[in-house]
Structures are given as C-alpha cells and as structure tokens.
Design a protein around this ligand. Structure first.
Ligand SMILES: [Zn+2]
Length: 397
C-alpha cells in the first residue's frame, strides 16, 4: 500500500514536470480511515479506485485527502461507480464534519470539484468516515457526565485499544441490561452516528433519559473491527472471514473473543436486547430503507417485530422514518443462510439466556425512505430508537 502511494506521488510529480508546472497538489490516504488507490493523474484529471486489500470480491469503501489544490478544479474518475445515493461526501475540517455533494455531481463515474482559494486539507469519501478521533470528540463533550464511562474491551491484533462504553445506570444493580455493537464491518460508519444518538438519549435530562438511568445498564463496543476502522479497510467479507462471521467456534479476532467472554458473565440473566448496528450495501431500493434483519427463531423475530411497531410509531415525526414492513425477515432476499446459526453476532447472542431481542439493524449510508442520512439525522434516529427500546422494556416484553 505504502509503495503504491509513493509511486502515485511520484506520478503526480512526473506529470507536473511534463506539463511544465510545479507539483502543486497531492492525493493520499495516510490518515485514520484513509483508503484509495490512484491509478494515474493527467493534468487536472485523477483516475482512482477503492483499495480492496484483503476483501473477498468487490466492495465500495474509499476515503482520500487532497492538499495543495486551492483555487483549482480537479476531476476524479473512479474505475467503477462507488458512490452512494447522495454522491461523494466532503470534509473541509480534517474529517470532523461531512456533507454530501449530491448524486447530481456524479457523471459517468466522475465528479469534479472546484477547491476554494483558501482550501487546505480537503477529504472526500463514499460516506462520512467515523474513527477513534470522532468518538473521542463525542466522549469529550460528555466527559463530565457520570452516567457515561469509557473502558477497554481488549487490544486488537495490531495493538490498538478497543473502547468499551458503559452508560445508563452505573451505580448499584440495574433491573435490565442492553448491549450494542457497531463496525463488525469496518466501513459501515453511519452506525456510529446512530450510536451517538442512542447514548445522547440515555444521558438526556428528560423523562426517557431519567428512566434509563434508573433502570438500565448499557454497554457498547463502537468499533468491533478497530484495526479495520483506523486502517480504512472495507472489513466486509474480509478474508478468511469478517468479524461478523467469527462467532462460530474459536474466534480469530480478539474483539470477538472478548465479547463472547464478557456478555454471558455481564448479562446475569438481565440482558434483554443486543443490537448489532450495520449499514447495508451502497445503493438500491432495499438498501435505502432502515430495517432489522431477522434470524430463523420465530419468538425472537416476533419480539423484534414488536419493537419495530414501536419504532415506526415514534419515528413518525423524525428526520428518518422507519416502517416495520421494510424489515428483512429470515428467508427473504439474501437472508436465507440455513446453516448460519451461531456464525454472526446476532445469531450467537440469541443463544444467551433471557434475551428478548438479538438482531442486526441496517441504517443506509445516504438515503433512507427518501430522506437524507447524515450525521445529524442518524443521531436523531438513534435517539428515536432509544425511545422505542424504552417503550419495549417498559411493556415488560
Ligand atoms: Zn454489515
């Protein structure tokens, strides 16, 4: 990877020299979450593609940085269309905030961008990358809140620290417990904004937050594939299998081993809900709807459907609506792997005692039910999801 990047930079220089001008812009992926392969640069035209690394088959994650392009207009042509329903996203503050440029800027796998006269570090991505730095900023905002604590789940194979968030009722024995995971697939970053919203709802100084802090202890692992998130990997369909196919037998990933060890101990028979937050494929009708993915156990799916009904009701006035009929029950579309039991996080969690709901929730990258998914609307959806979870738990399901 590094060699390829270096080769790319040399290429930029070479073309610039040939054109008789200074090498004045630079494209790279050498930052947390970065991912790009630059095939060639011809003047203002850049030809590039996502870096698949150890992915089995094709996938679509990319994120790159342009520096030294102030005042210029560059054209970025991808080897294939790897843009979500709102086109590429852009960040001009080093990856802190992002906005969609719009699908209309993409023409024939290409988008152009005119850099502001004072443009510095400008990043582009197929989504809105969320890495450890983003999580740290969120935790910093809530540093004084005693109902949110950050601990360590374990270390990764590459030596990184994996965060374990604890929030809600942290003093004394709670009545109930709820668990969340995100980024079993490294590229599925919109799930982390949703998780921020969930945590905000639990910390809020209102009736819902107050009830949670008196009744429910939460734990969450925001980055199940921490190495993949920081390195900018696809993560999905990673060889020999990805993190969400590591729950059968002896895990090969330390985070999965740690979750398999922690959850049964921590549950104490009080863990009611375990939700694994994902993002679906890049585009297409069924991938532009928020939906739960069902397993083959009828009782689990019945309860997930009940939560869905509450979520539909409560999301009626939210930026991102949810409809129970958009769910993907077992047996429908791709969700039909008969021998898939205990391979995914959700299917493994359904074997724990007293759990009522253990399932995957898919939040689209850019458009859900016709509405724009972005950091703010994803957080709002997370808050609504928390409200629905409270209603479900209060009903004693
Ligand atoms: Zn996924």
């Amino acid at each position: 990877m590094k060699h390829r990047l270096r080769a790319t930079l040399c290429l930029v220089l070479l073309f610039a020299v040939n054109c008789g001008r200074a090498a004045d812009f630079e494209i790279d992926a050498a930052f947390p979450g970065g991912n790009i392969t630059v095939d060639r640069v011809e003047g203002e035209a850049v030809f590039l593609r996502q870096d698949l690394r150890d992915t089995l088959g094709d996938w679509f994650y990319w994120a790159f940085r342009v520096r030294g392009a102030a005042g210029r207009t560059l054209r970025f042509t991808f080897a294939s269309d790897k843009f979500a329903a709102r086109g590429p996203a852009i960040s001009t503050d080093g990856g802190i905030t992002w906005r969609w440029l719009g699908r209309e800027v993409v023409k024939d796998r290409t988008f152009s961008h005119s850099f502001a006269p004072d443009a510095g570090d400008v990043r582009f991505s197929m989504g809105m990358p969320y890495t450890e730095a983003n999580l740290k900023r969120f935790l910093q905002r809530h540093a004084a809140d005693v109902a949110l604590r950050t601990g360590t789940l374990c270390r990764t194979l590459k030596g990184r620290t994996v965060e374990l968030l604890r929030f809600g009722q942290l003093e004394g024995e709670p009545r109930l417990r709820v668990f969340f995971t995100a980024r079993h697939h490294a590229c599925e970053m919109m799930a982390n904004y949703e998780l921020e919203g969930i945590i905000e709802a639990v910390l809020a100084q209102d009736e819902i937050g107050g009830w949670f802090r008196e009744n429910v202890e939460f734990r969450a692992v925001p980055f199940m594939d921490k190495d993949g998130v920081e390195d900018g990997d696809q993560g999905k369909n990673r060889a020999p299998h990805d993190h969400n196919r590591d729950y059968a037998g002896e895990p090969i990933y330390s985070t999965v081993a740690a979750v398999k060890k922690m959850l049964p101990d921590w549950s104490g028979g009080k863990l009611r809900i375990a939700l694994d937050l994902h993002c679906p494929a890049l585009r297409g009708r069924e991938h532009e709807l928020i939906h739960f993915v069902g397993g083959p156990e009828a009782d689990f799916w019945q309860r997930a459907t009940r939560l869905s009904g509450l979520l539909e009701e409560l999301s009626a006035n939210s930026p991102l609506g949810f409809r129970e009929r958009d769910n993907l029950p077992f047996g429908k579309s791709w969700n039909n792997v008969q021998n898939g039991a205990a391979r995914t996080f959700a299917s493994w969690a359904r074997t724990l005692p007293n759990l009522h709901i253990a399932t995957t929730l898919e939040l689209p990258y850019a458009v859900a039910g016709g509405q724009e998914v972005n950091a703010e609307s994803a957080r709002a959806f997370g808050r609504t999801l928390a409200a629905a979870i409270r209603a479900f738990l209060m009903a004693g399901n």
